[in-house]
Design a protein around this ligand. Structure first.
Ligand code: SF4
Ligand code: SF4
Length: 224
């Protein structure tokens, strides 16, 4: 899932300067599961803002609404009649949800209340570890299911580098070498020959926004 964490309160408060009536929009999916931007976090943030602004003698009126997914047009439509009553919106969704909200309501300032961290697994309550950087050229089939783009400090598709030392990465003794882990995993599976397969350089795909259209689907404007 996409994981995020709430921004420092002072940063949020600073963005809200001058606004008197603000709707805080949560997202009920990834950021809700990772305890950053769901219904509960919206309520907690609103309570904190409310108290801080009262203490500053600058009260603010806050609304709260959590949609199922902010990255989905269908759910954003629920806000259409509400937004005109507010000076600004806070979004507690991930970066894509925030942008989609801003795109739907271009005349209303949309202020992010979370920092998006990445694609991660849930190791325990409140503990998330990044596992994928959406490189669009997945090599997990050759690496024993361990992602070298995320886990290796240099993001090497072919490794290890010369800095690997007794299972540790050269950047830190606390950091396992991803390619050591890959070696161990492949060795246990009797697939060590995979490590010698040179993965070709992948197409650089981070320069422009990437689009994914599943086979059999088209962009709406391409449809008859
Ligand atoms: S190689 Fe790693 S970053 Fe690339 S798609 Fe696979 S898991 Fe994600
Ligand atoms: S030591 Fe291992 S994890 Fe660290 S940069 Fe080199 S190959 Fe990557």
């Amino acid at each position: 899932m996409i994981v995020a964490k709430r921004k420092p309160f002072e940063e949020i408060k600073d963005m809200l300067k001058g606004y008197k009536k603000v709707l805080n929009v949560g997202c009920g999916t990834c950021v809700s599961v990772c305890l950053a931007g769901g219904e509960k976090e919206v309520a907690v943030l609103n309570a904190e803002i409310d108290m801080a602004r009262k203490l500053d003698n600058d009260p603010i009126e806050l609304g709260a609404y959590t949609v199922e997914r902010q990255c989905d047009r269908e759910y954003l439509a629920e806000l259409d009649d509400m937004v005109k009553d507010y000076d600004a919106l806070i979004s507690m969704a991930c970066g894509v949800g925030i942008q989609f909200l801003a795109e739907r309501f271009p005349e209303t300032p949309v202020l992010p209340a979370v920092d998006t961290s990445g694609l991660a697994v849930n190791q325990a309550v409140g503990w998330y570890e990044e596992r994928c950087r959406s490189c669009q050229s997945c090599v997990l089939g050759w690496t024993g299911g361990i992602c070298p783009v995320t886990m290796c400090a240099k993001g090497l598709y072919n490794g290890p580098c010369g800095g690997t030392n007794q299972g540790k990465c050269e950047i830190s003794q606390d950091q396992p070498c991803a390619w050591y882990l890959i070696h161990e995993r492949l060795s246990a599976q009797d697939r060590l020959d995979n490590i010698k397969r040179i993965k070709a350089p992948s197409t650089w795909c981070d320069q422009v926004p990437r689009t994914l259209i599943q086979p059999g689907y088209k962009k709406p404007e391409e449809e008859e």
